[in-house]
Write a protein that binds this ligand. Structure first.
Ligand code: LCS
Length: 389
């Protein structure tokens, strides 16, 4: 890949398989296993003495192209594709943690990530302390002798809080901790945490990377050594690998990521300004608005503010629910990053795994709503919100 290629070009052209028939589009290698010329060759591949594919849980040519592209886009040495965003989160954590270890997480994260950290990992002897990552002193104060890792999303799902990733990476380095950032809301085109000193980056590829609402998948990017361990220990033995068909669909999605993101961001910026001036809206959480705590990071740590907006209406939780039910163009559904604009109620949906106390601590109120702004004409979206309000 020429060094000067910009991300939009990399997403389309880099990492291609050399293909026998000259197909423009990467072939889908929908094969569970790969044939050896003879028994010695099979043995040599298992021993690592000969390069080549063995079995799709250990690697697949279509999947490998996705992994090469994502590594290039994130500025990583290597990447691993996983069966879901949660498979990526759990595999990244399991690569570094064992019973008796401790990690520090931001107190607001995607609901199932919270459940993984607060319930599942506990069953395996790993403890998590949740703190407000906007206060670096709080992170340092939570470090224990057995702390191995710091974890956060930025911007946070659901209310778009933004953290200083350079400061978090520095704290991790100073204290010999691994730092992991979930970059799902930004994609590598808007933010590259590894270039800020973070050790590992996670994506739910279900979202913008695929972009068409028809795949569940995840990606982890990091150093050659970390990804090797993740692939050949965690994914090999726990088994959360991606289907080649899903990798193929994401490769197709990546070709339009740059143009899709421009439209998502343009639409979200306009919708956020509209919501912000509305008399029935009490707060809007969008880093592109000057009054948001994340505004100072836009144009620096993150290129643009992204396509997700959270907001609160004046009134009760029931008023918020009534508003959602009155929308005609917005689809009531969880997920984000699709062509369709989606709306959901985090307290009862994506963040329902939280206890009410943990939700309050994380600033996820009962009347908070979250929109994933789609690719429709933004004036149609505004007309729909206006009639529902
Ligand atoms: N990380 C973040 C930041 C997410 O938003 C999600 C899913 C995941 C990881 C897990 O990815 P998955 O396994 O679903 O591919 N977030 C969702 C959401 O906000 N609505 O539905 C799913």
């Amino acid at each position: 890949m020429p060094d000067q290629w910009k991300p939009a070009t990399v997403a389309i052209h880099s990492g291609h398989i050399k293909e026998a028939f000259g197909a423009l589009v990467t072939p889908l290698y929908q094969s569970a296993t790969f044939v050896f010329d003879n028994a010695q060759q099979g043995g040599a591949r298992f021993a690592g003495d000969e390069q080549g594919y063995i079995y799709t849980r250990l690697g697949n040519p279509t999947t490998a192209e996705l992994e090469r592209k994502m590594a290039l886009l994130e500025g990583a040495e290597s990447a691993a594709a996983c069966a879901s965003g949660m498979a990526a989160v759990s595999a990244a954590l399991m690569t570094h943690l064992e019973a008796g270890d401790h990690l520090i997480s931001s107190n607001a994260v995607y609901g199932c990530t919270f459940a993984l950290l607060s319930s599942q990992l506990k069953r395996y002897g790993v403890d998590t302390t949740f703190v407000d990552f906007s206060d670096p002193l709080a992170i340092e104060a939570a470090i224990q002798p057995n702390t191995k890792l710091v974890f956060c999303e930025s911007p946070v799902n659901p209310h778009l809080q933004v953290f200083d990733l350079t400061a978090i990476a520095a704290i991790a380095k100073r204290n010999n901790l691994i730092s992991i950032v979930d970059n799902t809301f930004m994609t590598p085109l808007l933010q590259q945490p590894l270039t800020l000193g973070i050790d590992m980056v996670i994506h739910s590829a279900t979202k913008y990377l695929n972009g068409h609402g028809d795949v569940i998948a995840g990606i982890v990017c990091g150093s050659e050594a970390h990804i090797h361990q993740l692939k050949y220990q965690i994914l090999k033995d726990f088994g959360g690998v991606i289907s080649p068909h899903d990798a193929w669909l994401i490769l197709r999605g990546l070709k339009t990521l740059d143009v899709r993101l421009s439209r998502h961001c343009d639409n979200a910026e306009k919708l956020a300004v509209y919501l912000n001036q509305h008399t029935k809206v009490s707060s809007v959480f969008y880093p592109g608005l000057e009054n948001h705590q994340g505004f100072k990071y836009v144009g620096k740590q993150m290129r643009r503010a992204g396509g997700v907006i959270a907001f609160e209406l004046i009134g009760s939780e029931q008023d918020a629910i009534n508003f959602v039910n009155k929308l005609k163009l917005f689809t009531i559904a969880v997920s984000l990053g699709d062509a369709e604009s989606l709306i959901q109620h985090p307290a009862s949906m994506t963040h329902s795994p939280y206890t009410p106390e943990a939700r309050a601590e994380a600033g996820i109120t009962d009347n908070l709503l979250r929109i994933s702004v789609g690719l429709e004409n933004v004036e149609d979206l505004i007309i729909d919100i206006e009639q529902a309000l």
